[in-house]
Design a protein around this ligand. Sequence first.
Ligand code: SF4
Ligand code: SF4
Length: 713
Amino acid sequence: MTVPLPTFAEPRHFSLQETLLFAALAAASAYAFGRRFAPILGNILRSKSDPDFHLAPVGPRVRAFVWEVILQAKVIRERPLAGAAHAIVFWAFCAFALVTLNHCAAAFGLSFLHPTGAFGRAYFYIAAVFALACTVAIAALFIRRFVFRPNSLGALSPESGWIAFLIFALMATYLAAFFPSGDEAATRALWWAHTIVLLAFLPLIPHTKHLHLVLSPFTVFLSRGSFAQIPPLAGEDDFGLVAGKDLTHLVSLQAYSCVECGRCTDHCPANNTGKLLNPKSVILGLRAYLNECGPASEELLLGKHNSQQAAFECTTCGACEFQCPVGIEHVPIIVGLRRGAVNTGAWQDERGAKLFLALERGSNALGLPATERDRFIEKNALPLFDGTQEYCLWLGCMGAYDPRGREIILALVKILRHLGVTFGVLRKEKCTGDPVRRLGNDLLFQQLAEFNLDALAQSKTKKIISICPHCVRTIQEDWKAYGTPPTIEHHSEFLARHLDRLPISRSRSKVASRESALVPRHNALDSARRAVGAAAVSPALQRGDSSVPVNGESRRDGAANPADTANRLVSAHEFTRAENAAYETGALAPEGSQQQTIVFHDPCYLGRYRNIYDEPRQVAALAGDLVEAPRSRERSFCCGAGGGLAFLGEETGQRVSHVRAAELAATGASVIAAACPFCNTMFRDALAAQGEGAPALLDIAQIAARGLPEQNA
Ligand code: SF4
Ligand code: SF4
């Protein structure tokens, strides 16, 4: 015996009074929606234009829209269970668009989906499947929010409860319409119940974070598309994000699109180490500003709603932007706020001022004389680039002046010579401007970029190789505002291409899969937390006592400004030498050994910024078996140096570098492999603080150079 499927029921006709009542309620609901939405839309439209905005090319925008909005891939990828529940609710809304239109049209006798027609019947069933799934999903999301209450979602909001209830009621009243069994009164009652819930839901949207339902498809489609891209200033009168009048269409749209999920804050290294910065609050602060002051206001943005201290705690690691499911671009916003503070003189920071002065007067962020670079080149017989060699080897501030950075350069030089690849270094090279660009000093950045672009053009450089992901990003992307930079690659990309020609190369260079490392990764994270709480960060450091010695020096005296940073780096030479000796005599286990484990730290500017994850792992795996840190690849945790923070010194709360170094050490690896001289210098201090038993620290170039003849240091 077959049981007939129930048919969706809707009233056969509506009286004039009912139609008029529906029209009045719908108009009231639409008015309540528009009354709140109109000022929001007005604020977005009255914001100034984005100087760099181009709709073309449309292809990548459509792809991002399909991937992130239609498929909800980003939402699901980062939080699989909650993300899937959210995606189901979204898809149900999409499926219900037609049902809802038909529902409203029915009140005027214009129903176009007929429950007994082939298409209408099928569509009502499909919508019912979505409604069932949505009912379960919204109940699960409600339980998560109100019972489990994850920290990232912030304080409980009654509005979220109301929204969940209304969505649940919408689905329930729709599903119930399959079971009135021909009872016209029941059918009519369900229709009106559904109508009332629907018309109550509509005005709540612009009053709550559910505004993202309307705005986020536009936010994703219109975003700049390039990760953490800092837009150009509009002209000489543009000082960055100083006041409301400086907010652009994109910034305002993004401010209103935040769904308050807290993913950005969950992954923020500053917030995770007890600092004031909370990327979600930055965005919500802009929204509160727009609501209170509007986009034409002269009121400062860094004031009541956002804090200057927080803006300058950002390492520009991009974890927030990578995580955000609605296309909010935190890094350009935070850099924009810094620009505003720097260009108007509102940011008064002794160390920042010394960094700017060092780069205005000299050539490098460490504040050392340029002759130091000349001596290094001369002592190591590095050839000058004359236009005939294949690569211009970019030394960068760290490679030219920092003892440890120099070791990395010399390791790479060994490899280049071994491979017979021709290269040369520029006679004169200045800092790429990375730290000042991200601290918001555009004028100084422009001067540095133009000097270097000119030097490269004069030397007829076509290809650059660099050991520093910050240099790579700045040269390739940020310099474009002032000229056409040569192509550049990070040494990990070069080394991965030449693996089979390196003496250390072994057939077992395998990369541990992320899945197989899942259990140890979680254990490692717990161990790291314990280590950070107990040892790596001493109670004095947790109190923020900056006079605690680090690597034999006072933090206040040692890492405070460019000149001091340089002193710290130079005095760390002994550590470098000791570690290199260990490297030669056994920090790397003998070739073929199975015991040695290596953990690779993904630098933010290589991973999230450049999408390079496998190449450095392939190189690191030459020295042993790879293990993964709990937070790796796209979710890697910053070392704390980016955004110019390596030169600003003091940190409130725990040090980002200590937390990360402890997490890496807790994997049990005997070697931490790095691929950025800034990560290297941050971890050097952090590992020194761990004392005996800390893993060795090597750049992938030093691993790859193993077994090659020595160079002078
Ligand atoms: S870029 Fe990194 S440090 Fe800055 S707010 Fe985002 S997650 Fe935090
Ligand atoms: S900015 Fe993005 S990631 Fe952060 S809370 Fe808002 S929607 Fe979530």
